[in-house]
Design a protein around this ligand. Structure first.
Ligand code: UD1
Length: 367
């Protein structure tokens, strides 16, 4: 029997990272099998099921049903349930692969590391250097206890070396999110859900720093209404953001503006279909900074920092933080065709997942 690697996913941004890895494992038939664990951090159909269907991810072998809660509750629930899964198995798991930076990532890594099961972190080394972001704590802690660090962009290697990680643990494989994008681009190109005519801005927002306080979210709504006078806005709203827009009495201000098109959260294919046609993207998502860079779509990021600096240096991303005057100027530049186009990024070539599989196979061979 082959050794088994547990592949763990829990929240929306994880699903587009595991999809190409599982597909590459099917194609390459490596020296290990996989078992797919869904932690249940995201459970709503529009944040989870639709990604499994559209990305062709098989049904999870195990569902931990951790659900929502405070960071401590959510992380603790995944930790306890995943440890239970690892201990219950008749045959031991040879290694655990975690992806990205969500609470499920650190929780599963911690459970495995304490049981001395090797941990593989896919998308290792990203740093915003901003510990007010829960994801930054998850990144730093996960990398510290991982045995194999699979890196997606050049800054990742630099950060890991600076933190003193042993060179033998670091492998540059490139960006698996781009594998998913490349794989589904032609399908998305066949779907037309963009506004009928004219330029439009695709907006996505869900970071606590932008959406959890009435002041921060109110300022962003004012900015969006200002932008909407220049360019139509299409805004698929994350559940966290929708809850807060309603609680702070801001949702109707957006809804009542003729230039703002409020939508439910989109599936992967619909989001890609919109993004590839968008004139610009306004976002606080990590993945969308990468996807828009690859697509050469201008991206204005409503954050003070990014853990994905290559999207600024080589891609189409500009950090605008809360400088809405700068952002308005950039929107004018973009609409006038005066904005950087970006250039190709090393390893963002649609073949990162097969490289990751080969690195995992090499690790398993050494055990
Ligand atoms: C999480 C990740 C974030 C990622 C984002 C993508 C952490 C710390 N954060 O943030 O890095 O970018 O996912 O969405 O792991 N909710 C639902 N349905 C669900 C899940 C959540 O309605 O299936 C609502 C609940 O009200 C919940 C809130 O969204 O309390 C926040 O969910 P949570 O998983 O805690 O964090 P996200 O903001 O989604």
């Amino acid at each position: 029997m082959k050794p088994v690697v547990a592949v763990v996913a829990g929240a929306r941004p994880n699903f587009m990272k595991i999809a190409p890895v599982l597909r590459a494992a099917d194609d390459l038939r490596p020296s290990f099998d996989t078992v797919l664990v869904h932690t249940g951090q995201h459970y709503s159909p529009e944040l989870s099921d639709v990604f499994f269907q559209q990305l062709g991810i098989r049904r999870p072998d195990v569902c931990l049903e951790a659900g929502s809660g405070t960071h401590g509750q959510q992380t603790a629930r995944v930790l306890e349930k995943f440890e239970g899964f690892l201990l219950q198995r008749p045959l031991p798991i040879a290694a655990v692969m975690v992806v990205g930076d969500v609470n499920s990532t650190i929780a599963a890594a911690l459970a495995a590391a304490k049981l001395r099961i090797p941990v593989i972190h896919l998308e290792a080394g990203l740093r915003s250097f901003d510990r007010t972001m829960p994801e930054e704590i998850n990144r730093v802690a996960t990398d510290a206890i991982s045995d194999l660090l699979l890196v997606s962009e050049p800054a990742g290697e630099i950060n890991l070396r600076r933190e003193g990680m042993d060179e033998s643990r670091i492998r540059y494989v490139g960006n698996v999110m781009i594998d998913t994008l490349v794989h589904h681009l032609s399908h998305a190109a066949g779907i037309d859900i963009a506004p009928q005519s004219g330029p439009f801005a695709l907006v996505t927002l869900h970071r606590p720093s932008n959406v959890d306080s009435p002041e921060a979210l109110g300022e962003i709504v004012d900015f969006l209404l200002d932008i909407a006078s220049q360019v139509r806005i299409v805004f698929p709203v994350h559940p966290r953001t929708r809850n807060n827009l309603e609680a702070f009495g801001l949702l109707d201000r957006l809804r009542n503006h003729a230039g703002v098109d409020i939508r439910l959260p989109l599936g992967y294919i619909e989001n890609l279909a919109l993004m590839r046609r968008a004139t610009l993207v306004l976002t606080d998502s990590g993945g969308i900074q990468e996807e828009s860079s690859w697509l050469s779509i201008p991206c204005l990021t409503l954050r003070e920092n990014t853990e994905r600096p290559v999207t600024v240096s080589h891609g189409t991303n500009t950090l605008i933080g809360r400088d809405f005057a700068k952002a308005s100027g950039l929107v004018r530049d973009i609409l006038g065709g005066n904005y950087k186009k970006g250039s190709p990024i090393h390893g963002w070539d649609g073949c990162a997942a097969p490289r990751a599989i080969r690195e995992i196979a090499a690790l398993i061979a050494q055990l």
